[in-house]
Design a protein around this ligand. Sequence first.
Ligand code: NAG
Length: 233
Amino acid sequence: MAASNFFLLAAFIVLVATQAMASDPSPLQDYLFRYDLCMFLNTVRVNGFPCKDAKDVIVDDFFLAANLDKPMDTTKSKAGSNVTLINVMKLASLNTLGISMARIDYAPKGQNPPHTHPRATEILTVLEGSLYVCFVTSNQANGENKLFTKTLKKGDGSVFPQGHIHFQFNPSYDKPAVAIAALSSQNPGAITIANTVFGSHPPISGDVLAKAFQVDKKTVDWLQAQFWENNHN
Ligand SMILES: *[C@@H]1O[C@H](CO)[C@@H](O)[C@H](O)[C@H]1NC(C)=O
């Protein structure tokens, strides 16, 4: 086969293979602390979490008395929400497994403000009340950012694709809402947009933000003077 033909064939195979091989990342061990991997790497920790010999693994390594059935306090949060996240920091056996979960409590008219998870897609279901949910696409070729919204009632679910700005809002004047979310990372991370942009320490240049948001500098000064709290536990 001529070299150029071989190159074309190889390029074709790579193209087909990359399209056919999209998949979830697969752990190389069953679970927990990757002891074999630790041995291989000659370390006692993976991703900062301790390794454990398979024979020492006990059922409680997988267990957490998470109290996710308990309503959390939403009165202290300005946004009117309280996120309880069970990630690898709270349950070390999630290490390398690519999953975590959260309970989110919403006060009447409360919201989990616009944010993104840099490392996870989220799927959420409503346990109590109803939620107006939304995400926005990244910048499209035509310059648009498309908004997707839906009002979920109890038992409904919705997906927020990885990295996309999204929020949930409880439209009720008098009833709280509760959601359970699953996230496709042991450590999804959260970037709350307003906190990041207006609440950074030290603050971002007011001139930069005034231009970026097409508002006057006074508006930016006012926003930067607010207290931007974290609604996550
Ligand atoms: C969430 O609720 C818990 C328990 O009710 C409370 O201790 C915590 O301070 C609350 N967090 C926020 C961010 O309001």
